[in-house]
Write a protein that binds this ligand. Structure first.
Ligand code: PEP
Ligand code: MG
Length: 591
């Protein structure tokens, strides 16, 4: 069957994972290995198992070779761990043993491997957390490499793509993305993929505009077809008309001008026009992301999500390993604090190694601090590692999913026990370590003034606070339309927490996704937030807004917002105000 004829200006929308606009011609790289299920005889089983092991060895050698090449490129060195992860997957017992087992059931090696990869995929599909679910793409990338070797389909030579082109592929592995030559490849689009896959992370590091998750773009396009991609909005335009081409050329120039302008903000402090200092910190999931934080001059780490240390392994990380991971970041932050959040699993964050029981209502179940208080030994190991790290740099401890004072006191009691033990052993730590709590449940908001008496700082987790306050599962597509950061209940909740913190004289940080949205920056500053912690890539844009507004005016603006009963009015008022104040950033006011 031939390809559908593509008419001028065919718009597709996927997930924009790396911002920027690219205009060029398509280079389609899509020779996928084709697997025909084939049975083998009893007498062929051993040879087939051997063939599988040889493929595994060759795959490791290929990855080692890519590692050597990539390690010569300084901007990619921090991502070498991705290739190490892939080499580790090749050693995974489950992958090896299950494939051998399937071969023993008389499937040939490639069919056996395909079957096992499907089983892996099904396991990952059940995971609700996007970041964890996206780790599936690493298994897919390794699986595809093995299948290529087994079926004799040659490796796609992304590194050799010639002219200035936009790569289109069904999927791209991180190894392939790393080999892209920035001077030749202008960006990429794929059928598969998600925002937090390693390929997406790499695209951002390489500054390559990218749109993923287009489902079937490979079936629509041909080599040489003209295309425009907008990695900020996820829009892809096939065969753009002359008018669209001109329009996007203008947008591209404007984007590049703004990007250049943003670089000027890197070394400027975040101070409002009436001289109020606001801290902009980074949210981190894996320590290698800290490079991005440095690039955007983040003032330390406002949220280090430690659950990612517990992933993809058979045992939870030991004290020493955690200690090393925390020190790794502390080495790079200097005077600025690293806020280490204790394990926050359960709910939508699932770590299979910890044998979490099935719960009827996991979001309201054994998650966050509830899990740590129940698994006290695991909790103590983590607290020991955090405390030890506090001797190497400025650390703050953050407890997640707090819903009452008793929980905070229980945490502090356990922390004291761990400190006493460290004293006995003569191990150094910071005795004045700051203790903070995430405010992400409605009960924490209601008793914020009581909680403020117990801790040194608050950090508002709006991602969860919105879901619990509005009773909207943050990962459920059917009720996504109700997930509304500007709901009057949320604005009031933020106000109540900020007032409680300010009255008690403790700093209040916001570390949910809201913190990285430039449109909300003025309202959040007006509410009395002292620290914004966000994906580091968002820092320059938020800084640019905060440097152009006055705190006093922001407070008056919040008064206006608090008087509005409907979130649509809140959204319109914010939009209008920001356009009127900063048209160069938010666009001209709409009439
Ligand atoms: C939040 O809930 O806003 C938050 C920052 O924590 P997480 O997204 O890790 O649950
Ligand atoms: Mg949370």
């Amino acid at each position: 069957m031939g390809k559908t004829k593509i008419t001028e200006d065919t718009y597709l929308v996927g997930i924009g994972v790396s911002p920027g606009i690219s205009i060029g011609e398509i280079s389609l790289v899509d020779q996928r290995p084709f697997i025909d299920e084939a049975l083998i005889g009893q007498d062929e089983i051993d040879t087939e198992i051997l063939r599988f092991h040889q493929a595994v060895d060759l795959a490791k050698k290929q990855l080692q070779k890519i590692k050597q090449t990539v390690s010569r490129q300084p901007h990619l060195r921090e991502h070498l761990y991705i290739l190490d992860t892939h080499i580790l997957i090749l050693d995974d017992d489950m992958l090896i043993q299950n494939t051998e087992e399937a071969i023993r059931q008389q499937l040939n090696a490639e069919s056996a491997l395909t079957k096992v990869l499907d089983q892996f995929r099904a396991l990952f599909d059940d995971i609700e957390d996007e970041y964890l679910r996206e780790r599936r793409s690493d298994v897919d990338a390794v699986g595809e490499r093995l299948l290529r070797i087994l079926t004799g389909v040659s490796e796609r030579s992304i590194g050799k793509i010639g002219s200035k082109s936009l790569v289109v592929a069904h999927d791209l592995s991180p190894a392939e993305t790393m080999q892209m030559d920035r001077s030749k490849i202008l960006g990429f689009i794929t059928d598969k993929g998600g925002r937090t896959s390693h390929t997406a992370i790499l695209a951002r590091s390489l500054d390559l505009p990218a749109v993923v998750g287009l489902e079937s773009v490979t079936a629509l396009v041909d080599d040489g077809m003209p295309v425009i991609i907008d990695g900020s909005t996820g829009v892809v335009i096939l065969r753009p008309s002359e008018d669209t081409f001109k329009e996007y050329l203008k947008r591209k120039q404007h984007y590049e001008y703004l990007e250049h302008e943003l670089e000027c903000y890197r070394d400027l402090p975040t101070i409002t026009t009436d001289n109020v200092k606001i801290c902009l910190r980074a949210n981190l999931e894996i320590s290698s992301e800290f490079q991005l934080a440095l690039k955007h001059a983040a003032e330390g780490v406002g949220l280090y999500r430690t659950e990612f240390l517990f992933l993809g392994r058979n045992e939870p990380p030991c004290e020493e390993e955690q200690f090393q991971a925390y020190c790794e970041i502390l080495k790079q932050t200097g005077e600025e604090p690293v806020t280490i959040r204790t394990l926050d699993i359960g709910g939508d964050k699932f770590v299979s190694e910890l044998n979490l029981k099935d719960e009827a209502n996991p979001a309201m179940g054994l998650r966050g601090i509830r899990f740590s208080l129940r698994e006290e030994q695991l909790f103590k190991v983590q607290l020991r590692a955090i405390l030890r790290a506090s001797a190497c740099g400025r650390v703050r401890i953050l407890f997640p999913m707090i819903s009452g004072v008793a929980e905070v006191r229980a945490c502090k009691q356990i922390l004291t026990e761990v400190q006493t033990q460290l004293d006995r052993e003569g191990v150094k730590y910071d005795p004045d370590i700051s203790i903070g709590i995430m405010i992400e449940t409605p009960s924490a908001v209601i008793i914020a003034h009581l909680l403020a008496q117990e801790v040194d700082f608050f950090s508002i987790g709006t991602n969860d606070l919105i879901q619990y306050t509005l009773a909207v599962d943050r990962g459920n597509e059917f009720v996504a339309y109700l997930y509304d950061p500007l709901h009057p209940a949320i604005i009031r909740a933020l106000k109540a927490v900020c007032d409680a913190a300010n009255e008690a004289g403790i700093p209040v940080c916001i570390c949910g996704e809201m913190a990285g949205e430039p449109l909300y920056a003025m309202a959040l500053a007006g509410l009395g937030i002292h620290e914004f912690s966000m994906n580091p890539a968002c820092i320059p844009r938020v800084k640019r807004v905060l440097r152009k507004i006055s705190k006093t005016e922001a407070e008056l603006f919040v008064e206006k917002l608090l008087a509005l009963p409907v979130s649509k009015d809140v959204a319109n008022t914010i939009d209008r105000e920001m356009r009127a104040r900063l048209p160069e950033i938010f666009g001209q006011p709409l009439i």
